[in-house]
Design a protein. Structure first.
Length: 100
């Protein structure tokens, strides 16, 4: 049941991010980290999210919740385990494979 609730929270998070003109498969926290890193106007949200989720345990070397979320996105943590090791192909290769 816990994993189900985590998945629902992740889905809502990604939906809100997509509605805010972000990537549809990215969390708001990861998006906020990228905005802050790149000096964009909405980057201040990173500090808000970091304070809201300061209670979370995270690995050493991360600067806050949003940085950790960004690293987890890079690791493809939100996809099924068997898809995390699949190499990402370029769009032309995918298109050709989809048409066969």
């Amino acid at each position: 049941m816990r994993w189900y609730l985590v998945n629902l929270a992740c889905a809502v998070d990604q939906l809100v991010n997509a509605l805010a003109n972000g990537w549809c498969d990215e969390s708001m926290s990861s998006h906020a980290y990228r905005l802050h890193r790149d000096g964009k106007p909405w980057g201040w949200l990173m500090r808000v999210y970091d304070v809201l989720f300061a209670w979370q345990r995270r690995p050493a070397g991360t600067t806050g919740h949003c940085h950790w979320a960004y690293l987890r996105e890079q690791e493809r943590y939100q996809v099924p385990p068997e898809m995390r090791t699949v190499p990402v192909h370029d769009a032309a290769t995918r298109k050709g494979a989809d048409e066969t």
